[in-house]
Ligand binder design. Sequence first.
Ligand code: F3S
Length: 282
Amino acid sequence: MEVVVTKSAGFCFGVKRAVEQVYEQVRQGKRVYTYGSIAHNEAVVKELEEQGVTVLESREELEKLTEGTVIIRAHGVAEEIYKLLEAKGLAYIDATCPFVKRIHRIVQEQSALGRQIIIIGNNGHPEVEGAKGWTKTPAVVIETPQQARDFTVKNGEKLCIVSQTTFNYKKFQDLVEIFQEKGYDIIVANTICNATENSQREARELAAQADVMIVIGGTHSSNTRKLYEICRSECESTYYIQTLEDLKLELPNSVELVGITAGASTPNKIIEEVQNYVRINF
Ligand code: F3S
């Protein structure tokens, strides 16, 4: 029996960079706070908590903070959070993923030039909330074809469309098409991150060949859930687990290929544990 792990399984570049920055501050003996959990993975958050890292869950908690170093996670934050950190004189490290920073730059520039910003993404997702905080006039978040069809511009306004980095490329294209059919003046910036596209493509390809697929990631991680859906559509026997403890694997003798993939916030350690377990026990 063969066990194959997708190449891009686990931490994406942005999350890896953010987590490393947290550990670096811990190593330097700083009192570290992360603004929101650094990765959507309970095991990571727990391990960091054991090292004395505290997660700030809200703006109110940040307002009350008087000491320590705050880490802004890969998802990024609204401009007003930087202003708050500076007004309070708090030390901070900006671990916003450069791909998310690019979105902030685009929406800031284009809204300053008078374009209405449309963000294709999931309203309420921290990355989208952060991006909304860089526009001059309120951005509109569009998630479904119906919302795109219902949208109308006021007074011949021009539009600028960006995407949440983890949005599905095909759905993004479909939504953009709906806007284009309306004949508006639009600038479209495809800001979907390659890391997501690559990991989804690799997962799909592997799942199409595998007899059993194991998808590892936090239950709150939207990119892991998407990976699970993709794998499930190709391979009926797909497991969704957070850590090795969740795995209740039953493999009939006929199984020849077990595929493993993991969401962008899953640490390598967990992927290796699962991989070794399957290799040794079956
Ligand atoms: Fe950045 Fe892409 Fe990861 S935007 S945080 S590298 S999924």
